[in-house]
Design a protein around this ligand. Structure first.
Ligand code: SAH
Length: 357
Protein backbone atom coordinates (compact mmCIF):
# COMPACT_ATOMS: atom_id res chain seq x y z
CA UNK A 1 0.00 0.00 0.00
CA UNK A 2 1.36 3.45 -0.85
CA UNK A 3 1.78 6.03 1.96
CA UNK A 4 -0.90 8.17 0.32
CA UNK A 5 -3.32 5.21 0.20
CA UNK A 6 -2.79 4.75 3.93
CA UNK A 7 -3.49 8.47 4.58
CA UNK A 8 -6.59 8.51 2.38
CA UNK A 9 -8.02 5.35 3.95
CA UNK A 10 -7.61 6.83 7.42
CA UNK A 11 -9.15 10.14 6.37
CA UNK A 12 -12.13 8.49 4.64
CA UNK A 13 -12.72 6.14 7.59
CA UNK A 14 -12.95 9.18 9.87
CA UNK A 15 -14.65 11.80 7.71
CA UNK A 16 -16.44 9.88 4.95
CA UNK A 17 -16.04 9.54 1.17
CA UNK A 18 -14.30 12.26 -0.86
CA UNK A 19 -15.07 13.59 -4.33
CA UNK A 20 -13.08 12.33 -7.29
CA UNK A 21 -11.61 15.85 -7.61
CA UNK A 22 -10.24 15.75 -4.08
CA UNK A 23 -8.83 12.27 -4.69
CA UNK A 24 -7.23 13.30 -7.99
CA UNK A 25 -5.79 16.49 -6.50
CA UNK A 26 -4.20 14.57 -3.63
CA UNK A 27 -2.83 11.90 -5.98
CA UNK A 28 -1.21 14.43 -8.31
CA UNK A 29 -0.04 17.34 -6.19
CA UNK A 30 -0.16 16.33 -2.49
CA UNK A 31 2.80 18.29 -1.06
CA UNK A 32 4.35 15.11 0.35
CA UNK A 33 3.17 12.14 -1.70
CA UNK A 34 1.76 13.65 -4.92
CA UNK A 35 2.64 12.00 -8.22
CA UNK A 36 4.20 15.17 -9.66
CA UNK A 37 5.61 16.48 -6.39
CA UNK A 38 8.79 14.45 -6.24
CA UNK A 39 9.35 13.07 -9.72
CA UNK A 40 9.93 13.77 -13.39
CA UNK A 41 7.45 11.37 -15.01
CA UNK A 42 8.22 12.26 -18.64
CA UNK A 43 10.11 10.39 -21.33
CA UNK A 44 10.91 6.81 -22.22
CA UNK A 45 12.07 5.91 -18.70
CA UNK A 46 9.03 7.56 -17.08
CA UNK A 47 5.31 6.97 -17.34
CA UNK A 48 4.32 8.92 -20.44
CA UNK A 49 5.66 11.06 -23.29
CA UNK A 50 4.35 14.39 -24.54
CA UNK A 51 4.55 16.24 -27.87
CA UNK A 52 7.52 18.49 -26.96
CA UNK A 53 9.43 15.42 -25.74
CA UNK A 54 8.72 13.62 -29.03
CA UNK A 55 10.27 16.32 -31.21
CA UNK A 56 11.49 19.91 -31.27
CA UNK A 57 9.14 20.38 -34.26
CA UNK A 58 6.18 20.84 -31.90
CA UNK A 59 7.61 23.72 -29.85
CA UNK A 60 9.12 25.36 -32.92
CA UNK A 61 5.75 25.59 -34.64
CA UNK A 62 4.02 26.96 -31.51
CA UNK A 63 6.88 29.43 -31.02
CA UNK A 64 6.46 30.75 -34.57
CA UNK A 65 2.69 31.01 -34.01
CA UNK A 66 3.11 33.12 -30.85
CA UNK A 67 5.91 35.25 -32.32
CA UNK A 68 3.78 36.00 -35.40
CA UNK A 69 0.80 36.89 -33.19
CA UNK A 70 3.10 39.25 -31.25
CA UNK A 71 4.20 40.95 -34.48
CA UNK A 72 0.59 41.12 -35.75
CA UNK A 73 -0.42 42.92 -32.55
CA UNK A 74 2.20 45.65 -33.02
CA UNK A 75 5.22 44.21 -31.17
CA UNK A 76 4.30 45.20 -27.61
CA UNK A 77 7.13 45.25 -25.04
CA UNK A 78 7.59 44.00 -22.45
CA UNK A 79 5.27 40.98 -22.60
CA UNK A 80 4.83 37.93 -20.40
CA UNK A 81 5.71 34.66 -22.12
CA UNK A 82 4.10 32.11 -19.83
CA UNK A 83 3.55 28.38 -19.59
CA UNK A 84 1.55 26.49 -16.97
CA UNK A 85 2.64 22.90 -16.40
CA UNK A 86 5.93 23.19 -18.30
CA UNK A 87 7.19 19.64 -17.60
CA UNK A 88 10.91 19.55 -18.32
CA UNK A 89 10.96 23.04 -19.85
CA UNK A 90 11.52 21.57 -23.31
CA UNK A 91 8.58 23.31 -24.96
CA UNK A 92 9.59 26.74 -23.63
CA UNK A 93 13.20 26.18 -24.73
CA UNK A 94 12.02 25.29 -28.25
CA UNK A 95 9.69 28.32 -28.34
CA UNK A 96 12.53 30.65 -27.33
CA UNK A 97 14.84 29.16 -29.96
CA UNK A 98 12.29 29.33 -32.79
CA UNK A 99 11.05 32.73 -31.60
CA UNK A 100 14.42 34.23 -32.48
CA UNK A 101 13.30 34.12 -36.11
CA UNK A 102 11.06 37.08 -35.25
CA UNK A 103 13.39 39.99 -34.39
CA UNK A 104 12.51 41.57 -31.03
CA UNK A 105 10.15 38.86 -29.76
CA UNK A 106 12.50 37.03 -27.41
CA UNK A 107 13.96 40.34 -26.18
CA UNK A 108 10.47 41.56 -25.26
CA UNK A 109 9.53 38.33 -23.47
CA UNK A 110 9.65 37.87 -19.70
CA UNK A 111 9.39 34.12 -19.14
CA UNK A 112 7.08 33.02 -16.32
CA UNK A 113 6.39 29.36 -15.51
CA UNK A 114 3.50 28.12 -13.37
CA UNK A 115 4.49 24.77 -11.87
CA UNK A 116 3.20 22.88 -8.84
CA UNK A 117 6.01 20.34 -8.62
CA UNK A 118 9.30 21.20 -6.87
CA UNK A 119 11.04 18.36 -8.74
CA UNK A 120 9.92 19.68 -12.13
CA UNK A 121 10.72 23.29 -11.19
CA UNK A 122 14.31 22.16 -10.63
CA UNK A 123 14.31 20.38 -13.97
CA UNK A 124 12.90 23.47 -15.74
CA UNK A 125 15.56 25.66 -14.12
CA UNK A 126 18.22 23.39 -15.65
CA UNK A 127 16.70 23.40 -19.13
CA UNK A 128 16.12 27.16 -19.15
CA UNK A 129 19.32 28.26 -17.43
CA UNK A 130 20.31 31.76 -18.53
CA UNK A 131 16.86 32.59 -19.96
CA UNK A 132 15.77 34.69 -16.96
CA UNK A 133 12.77 32.46 -16.24
CA UNK A 134 10.86 32.94 -13.02
CA UNK A 135 8.12 30.90 -11.39
CA UNK A 136 4.63 31.92 -10.29
CA UNK A 137 2.49 29.90 -7.88
CA UNK A 138 -0.69 30.28 -9.91
CA UNK A 139 -2.03 31.80 -13.11
CA UNK A 140 -3.66 34.52 -10.98
CA UNK A 141 -0.15 35.68 -10.04
CA UNK A 142 0.87 36.39 -13.66
CA UNK A 143 1.72 40.08 -14.29
CA UNK A 144 -1.01 42.42 -15.54
CA UNK A 145 0.69 42.80 -18.94
CA UNK A 146 0.32 41.50 -22.51
CA UNK A 147 0.34 37.72 -22.23
CA UNK A 148 1.62 35.17 -24.73
CA UNK A 149 0.95 31.73 -23.28
CA UNK A 150 1.17 28.11 -24.26
CA UNK A 151 -0.18 25.16 -22.28
CA UNK A 152 0.37 21.58 -23.41
CA UNK A 153 -1.21 18.76 -21.39
CA UNK A 154 -1.78 21.08 -18.42
CA UNK A 155 -5.58 21.16 -18.27
CA UNK A 156 -5.85 17.34 -18.46
CA UNK A 157 -4.00 17.16 -15.13
CA UNK A 158 -6.53 19.32 -13.28
CA UNK A 159 -8.87 17.34 -11.01
CA UNK A 160 -12.34 16.47 -12.29
CA UNK A 161 -15.68 15.65 -10.69
CA UNK A 162 -17.96 13.04 -12.24
CA UNK A 163 -21.76 12.98 -12.14
CA UNK A 164 -24.00 10.09 -13.21
CA UNK A 165 -27.45 11.02 -14.54
CA UNK A 166 -30.30 9.57 -12.46
CA UNK A 167 -33.73 10.72 -13.62
CA UNK A 168 -33.68 14.55 -13.47
CA UNK A 169 -30.98 14.41 -10.77
CA UNK A 170 -27.30 13.47 -10.58
CA UNK A 171 -25.24 11.14 -8.38
CA UNK A 172 -21.64 12.15 -7.81
CA UNK A 173 -18.91 9.55 -8.12
CA UNK A 174 -17.08 9.42 -4.78
CA UNK A 175 -14.04 7.60 -3.44
CA UNK A 176 -14.91 5.64 -0.29
CA UNK A 177 -13.97 2.33 1.31
CA UNK A 178 -15.10 -1.23 0.53
CA UNK A 179 -15.91 -3.86 3.16
CA UNK A 180 -12.22 -4.79 3.42
CA UNK A 181 -11.22 -1.16 4.02
CA UNK A 182 -9.74 -0.65 0.54
CA UNK A 183 -10.38 2.40 -1.65
CA UNK A 184 -13.51 1.93 -3.78
CA UNK A 185 -15.73 4.02 -6.01
CA UNK A 186 -19.28 4.74 -4.93
CA UNK A 187 -22.12 7.12 -5.78
CA UNK A 188 -23.70 9.86 -3.69
CA UNK A 189 -27.47 10.02 -3.26
CA UNK A 190 -29.19 11.65 -6.26
CA UNK A 191 -29.67 15.41 -6.07
CA UNK A 192 -30.66 18.06 -8.59
CA UNK A 193 -27.69 20.12 -9.73
CA UNK A 194 -28.19 23.65 -11.05
CA UNK A 195 -24.78 23.65 -12.76
CA UNK A 196 -25.80 20.64 -14.88
CA UNK A 197 -29.43 21.60 -15.57
CA UNK A 198 -28.33 22.51 -19.11
CA UNK A 199 -27.24 18.90 -19.64
CA UNK A 200 -30.63 17.32 -18.97
CA UNK A 201 -31.58 17.93 -22.62
CA UNK A 202 -28.65 16.07 -24.20
CA UNK A 203 -28.00 13.21 -21.76
CA UNK A 204 -29.82 9.99 -20.87
CA UNK A 205 -30.20 7.86 -17.73
CA UNK A 206 -26.79 6.56 -16.62
CA UNK A 207 -24.70 8.99 -18.68
CA UNK A 208 -21.56 10.37 -17.04
CA UNK A 209 -20.76 14.09 -17.23
CA UNK A 210 -17.46 15.50 -15.97
CA UNK A 211 -16.68 18.97 -14.69
CA UNK A 212 -13.27 20.45 -13.92
CA UNK A 213 -13.66 23.02 -11.12
CA UNK A 214 -10.18 24.54 -11.52
CA UNK A 215 -10.30 24.87 -15.32
CA UNK A 216 -12.69 27.83 -15.50
CA UNK A 217 -10.76 30.04 -13.05
CA UNK A 218 -7.44 29.09 -14.74
CA UNK A 219 -8.82 30.02 -18.16
CA UNK A 220 -10.36 33.23 -16.77
CA UNK A 221 -6.94 34.31 -15.44
CA UNK A 222 -5.38 33.71 -18.86
CA UNK A 223 -8.16 35.12 -21.03
CA UNK A 224 -8.72 38.14 -18.80
CA UNK A 225 -5.10 39.24 -19.26
CA UNK A 226 -5.23 38.59 -23.01
CA UNK A 227 -8.45 40.61 -23.29
CA UNK A 228 -7.25 43.51 -21.12
CA UNK A 229 -3.64 43.84 -22.28
CA UNK A 230 -3.36 41.95 -25.59
CA UNK A 231 -1.53 38.74 -26.38
CA UNK A 232 -2.50 35.20 -27.32
CA UNK A 233 -2.89 31.82 -25.65
CA UNK A 234 -2.64 28.41 -27.29
CA UNK A 235 -4.08 25.55 -25.25
CA UNK A 236 -3.21 22.07 -26.55
CA UNK A 237 -4.67 18.94 -25.00
CA UNK A 238 -6.69 15.83 -25.68
CA UNK A 239 -10.41 15.98 -25.34
CA UNK A 240 -13.51 17.11 -27.16
CA UNK A 241 -16.37 19.55 -27.28
CA UNK A 242 -18.75 19.07 -24.30
CA UNK A 243 -18.01 16.40 -21.71
CA UNK A 244 -19.83 13.09 -22.07
CA UNK A 245 -18.65 9.79 -20.62
CA UNK A 246 -16.07 8.63 -18.11
CA UNK A 247 -12.62 9.73 -19.37
CA UNK A 248 -10.60 9.30 -16.17
CA UNK A 249 -7.43 7.38 -16.89
CA UNK A 250 -4.45 6.23 -14.90
CA UNK A 251 -1.08 5.51 -16.50
CA UNK A 252 1.99 3.96 -14.95
CA UNK A 253 5.09 2.94 -16.88
CA UNK A 254 3.45 3.74 -20.25
CA UNK A 255 0.60 1.26 -19.48
CA UNK A 256 -3.00 1.75 -18.29
CA UNK A 257 -3.50 1.25 -14.55
CA UNK A 258 -6.39 1.16 -12.06
CA UNK A 259 -6.89 4.75 -10.82
CA UNK A 260 -7.40 3.53 -7.21
CA UNK A 261 -4.55 1.03 -7.20
CA UNK A 262 -1.48 3.04 -6.26
CA UNK A 263 -2.40 6.64 -5.36
CA UNK A 264 0.59 8.92 -5.83
CA UNK A 265 2.43 6.46 -8.08
CA UNK A 266 0.29 6.68 -11.24
CA UNK A 267 -0.54 9.66 -13.44
CA UNK A 268 -4.24 10.52 -13.46
CA UNK A 269 -5.77 12.56 -16.28
CA UNK A 270 -9.12 13.24 -17.91
CA UNK A 271 -10.18 14.56 -21.30
CA UNK A 272 -10.40 18.33 -21.54
CA UNK A 273 -13.83 19.84 -22.24
CA UNK A 274 -12.97 22.53 -24.80
CA UNK A 275 -16.51 23.91 -24.70
CA UNK A 276 -16.11 24.73 -21.00
CA UNK A 277 -12.70 26.35 -21.68
CA UNK A 278 -14.11 28.39 -24.58
CA UNK A 279 -17.06 29.58 -22.44
CA UNK A 280 -14.73 30.65 -19.62
CA UNK A 281 -12.48 32.52 -22.05
CA UNK A 282 -15.40 34.35 -23.64
CA UNK A 283 -16.88 35.20 -20.22
CA UNK A 284 -13.52 36.80 -19.36
CA UNK A 285 -13.81 39.05 -22.42
CA UNK A 286 -11.55 37.26 -24.91
CA UNK A 287 -12.27 35.83 -28.37
CA UNK A 288 -11.76 32.14 -29.05
CA UNK A 289 -10.68 30.25 -32.16
CA UNK A 290 -10.81 26.49 -32.64
CA UNK A 291 -10.49 23.90 -31.30
CA UNK A 292 -8.36 22.94 -34.30
CA UNK A 293 -6.96 19.39 -34.54
CA UNK A 294 -3.26 19.34 -33.60
CA UNK A 295 -2.27 17.74 -36.91
CA UNK A 296 -4.09 20.40 -38.93
CA UNK A 297 -2.60 23.22 -36.85
CA UNK A 298 0.97 21.92 -37.15
CA UNK A 299 0.62 21.38 -40.91
CA UNK A 300 -0.68 24.92 -41.39
CA UNK A 301 2.20 26.28 -39.33
CA UNK A 302 4.69 24.57 -41.65
CA UNK A 303 5.79 21.43 -39.78
CA UNK A 304 6.40 19.45 -42.98
CA UNK A 305 8.70 22.08 -44.52
CA UNK A 306 10.59 22.31 -41.22
CA UNK A 307 10.89 18.52 -40.99
CA UNK A 308 12.23 18.42 -44.57
CA UNK A 309 14.80 21.08 -43.70
CA UNK A 310 15.90 19.10 -40.63
CA UNK A 311 16.05 15.91 -42.74
CA UNK A 312 18.82 17.31 -44.96
CA UNK A 313 21.99 15.40 -44.23
CA UNK A 314 20.21 12.79 -42.09
CA UNK A 315 20.01 9.12 -43.01
CA UNK A 316 19.28 5.73 -41.46
CA UNK A 317 17.85 5.64 -37.92
CA UNK A 318 18.07 9.45 -37.43
CA UNK A 319 15.97 10.07 -40.55
CA UNK A 320 13.51 7.34 -39.54
CA UNK A 321 13.18 8.91 -36.09
CA UNK A 322 12.43 12.34 -37.57
CA UNK A 323 9.82 10.90 -39.96
CA UNK A 324 8.31 8.90 -37.11
CA UNK A 325 8.06 11.98 -34.87
CA UNK A 326 6.42 14.01 -37.64
CA UNK A 327 3.87 11.23 -38.15
CA UNK A 328 3.22 10.82 -34.43
CA UNK A 329 2.54 14.53 -33.94
CA UNK A 330 0.33 15.00 -37.00
CA UNK A 331 -1.30 11.76 -38.18
CA UNK A 332 -5.01 11.35 -37.34
CA UNK A 333 -4.34 7.78 -36.12
CA UNK A 334 -1.74 9.10 -33.66
CA UNK A 335 -1.91 12.50 -31.91
CA UNK A 336 -3.20 14.50 -34.90
CA UNK A 337 -6.95 14.36 -34.17
CA UNK A 338 -7.36 13.42 -30.50
CA UNK A 339 -5.21 16.40 -29.51
CA UNK A 340 -6.70 19.79 -30.26
CA UNK A 341 -5.64 23.40 -29.90
CA UNK A 342 -7.79 26.26 -28.67
CA UNK A 343 -6.65 29.80 -29.48
CA UNK A 344 -7.46 32.79 -27.25
CA UNK A 345 -6.98 36.36 -28.52
CA UNK A 346 -8.33 39.82 -27.70
CA UNK A 347 -11.63 40.66 -29.44
CA UNK A 348 -10.93 42.08 -32.90
CA UNK A 349 -7.28 40.93 -32.95
CA UNK A 350 -5.79 39.59 -36.20
CA UNK A 351 -6.44 35.83 -36.62
CA UNK A 352 -4.00 33.53 -34.86
CA UNK A 353 -1.65 31.82 -37.37
CA UNK A 354 -2.71 28.24 -38.12
CA UNK A 355 -6.20 28.62 -36.63
CA UNK A 356 -9.44 29.19 -38.50
CA UNK A 357 -10.11 32.89 -39.14
N1 SAH B 1 3.64 20.59 -20.69
C1 SAH B 1 4.60 19.54 -20.42
C2 SAH B 1 4.25 18.66 -19.22
C3 SAH B 1 2.88 18.05 -19.16
S1 SAH B 1 2.64 17.07 -17.71
C4 SAH B 1 4.82 18.73 -21.67
O1 SAH B 1 4.05 18.87 -22.60
O2 SAH B 1 5.77 17.95 -21.69
C5 SAH B 1 1.70 18.15 -16.65
C6 SAH B 1 2.48 19.29 -16.08
O3 SAH B 1 1.57 20.09 -15.29
C7 SAH B 1 3.62 18.95 -15.14
O4 SAH B 1 4.63 19.90 -15.28
C8 SAH B 1 2.94 19.03 -13.77
O5 SAH B 1 3.82 19.13 -12.70
C9 SAH B 1 2.09 20.26 -13.97
N2 SAH B 1 0.94 20.42 -13.08
C10 SAH B 1 0.01 19.48 -12.78
N3 SAH B 1 -0.95 20.00 -11.98
C11 SAH B 1 -0.61 21.30 -11.79
C12 SAH B 1 -1.20 22.38 -11.04
N4 SAH B 1 -2.32 22.21 -10.37
N5 SAH B 1 -0.57 23.59 -11.08
C13 SAH B 1 0.57 23.76 -11.78
N6 SAH B 1 1.17 22.79 -12.49
C14 SAH B 1 0.60 21.57 -12.49
Amino acid sequence: MTPLARQLRRQIAQAGPITLAEYMGRCLTDPEHGYYTGRDPLGAAGDFTTAPEISQLFGEMLGLCLAQAWADQGRPAPVTLAEPGPGRGTLMADILRAGRAMPGFVEAARVVLVEASPALRARQAQTLEGRGARWADSLDALPEAPLFLVANEFFDALPIRQFVRDGAAWRERMVGLDAAGGLAFGLSVPAPLAALSGRLADTAQGDVVETCPAAGPAMAAIAGRVARHGGAAVIVDYGGWRSLGDTLQAVRGHAPADPLDAPGLADLTAHVDFEALACAARAAGAAVTGPTPQGVLLERLGITARAQALAHGLSGPALDALAGAHRRLTHPDEMGSLFKALGVVPPGAPPLPGFDP
